[in-house]
Design a protein around this ligand. Structure first.
Ligand SMILES: Nc1ncnc2c1ncn2[C@@H]1O[C@H](COP(=O)(O)OP(=O)(O)OP(=O)(O)O)[C@@H](O)[C@H]1O
Length: 329
């Protein structure tokens, strides 16, 4: 899909040719991106791909070297104040005042962002309720666990009802329950106020919850669409085989079928078109101690791998040495 050449003011976020250069490094290389109002949008990419730089430009924290970006209809360079009033921010670094209670952290934020006095208390109560912190609201934030702090930061960023909420890896190193609470909170706001969400994440299962995602690699958008569209675009099934000798099976697959397998101990994974039709042929031609086999449609991990040449590990950190990106189809 090629983006139109003009920025679109009716979008939550619209960029054309957005670029950022740090000295010798071109961190963001002319990105065209549109995020609709009310959309939950995920930006994925390996370490150093330029995700934080994108967010920082969109939030007016760093000025673009070139191109145009509108956020909530305002230009990020010419109308910084208007942009700032219309957004909520949650960064990787913790930004709570640890000497204040949870309640005070929220109440002060409401004052700073001009939430009308008549509704501020009610909103703070609602926010605490939403993320299950009511019973802890009068403890200082310094005594909260990492997950509790994060929950507080996220509802704090939503208190002034921003048009766009920016989240840079909001759920990194949180347990699944806390991640779920945070997602429920975001969805609730999204449905109630039509808040758009722009988030970066390293969790592919989390990206599945986004309405749309884009994959950024070396400063360029290499794929974008709904998770379903991106997976369908891969057009190949994932076939996982367990074998007595994984390495031997990997070699045999390469020789017989010309497919490259990823081998981990006794587990061998390949990607082929129409996996279920491939199986009878596989068993007819190979006899290398296959113990079990499963065929699944492509996952978001497969999409990510296809576009960036690197996979995400289970702990959420990408492999350190990305291989060269395959040519785009
Ligand atoms: N302030 C800066 N000065 C110089 N180079 C920078 C600066 N900020 C980012 N970069 C460089 O720009 C590139 C993109 O960095 P960025 O932090 O945007 O990537 P990222 O995708 O957010 O990575 P991560 O997933 O590790 O957070 C990297 O090469 C980084 O070293």
């Amino acid at each position: 899909m090629s983006a139109p050449s003009e920025v679109a003011p009716d979008m939550a976020i619209s960029t054309r040719g957005l670029r950022k250069v740090y000295g010798e490094i071109e961190a963001v290389k002319g990105v065209d991106l549109d995020v609709g109002r009310g959309e939950i949008f995920g930006l994925l990419g390996p370490n150093g791909a330029g995700k934080s730089t994108m967010i920082r430009m969109l939030c007016t924290l760093t000025e673009p070297t070139g191109g145009t970006a509108l956020v909530a209809g305002h230009d990020v360079v010419a109308a910084q104040e208007e942009v700032r009033r219309g957004i909520g921010l949650v960064f990787q670094e913790q930004t709570l005042d640890l000497y204040l209670t949870g309640w005070q952290n929220l109440r002060f934020h409401a004052d700073i962002y001009g939430v009308p006095k008549g509704v501020a208390d009610e909103r703070v109560d609602e926010a605490l309720e939403m993320v299950g912190l009511v019973e802890h609201q009068h403890r200082v934030a310094g005594s909260y666990s990492g997950g509790m702090r994060r929950r507080l930061e996220i509802v704090r960023a939503m208190l002034h009802r921003p048009a766009v909420l920016f989240l840079d890896e909001p759920t990194v190193s949180l347990d699944p329950q806390t991640r779920q609470v945070i997602w429920e909170g975001m969805r609730e706001n999204n449905l109630r106020d039509g808040t758009s969400v722009f988030m970066t994440t390293h969790y592919l299962e989390e990206a599945e919850n986004c309405d749309r995602i884009a994959i950024l690699d070396r400063g360029e958008i290499v794929a974008q669409g709904t998770p379903r569209e991106l997976k369908a675009g891969i057009g190949r099934d994932r076939v996982e085989l367990i074998s007595a000798d994984g390495a031997e099976l990997g070699r045999a697959l390469q020789e017989e079928f010309g497919v490259t397998a990823s081998v981990e101990g006794d587990k061998v994974v390949i990607h082929v078109a129409e996996g279920e039709r491939f199986l009878p042929e596989l068993f007819a031609r190979l006899s290398t101690g296959i113990r079990s086999v499963s065929v699944t449609p492509p996952s978001l991990d497969d999409v990510y791998l296809a576009y960036t040449g690197t996979g995400y590990r289970v702990d959420g950190h990408p492999d350190p040495e990305p291989e060269p990106r395959p040519a785009k189809a």
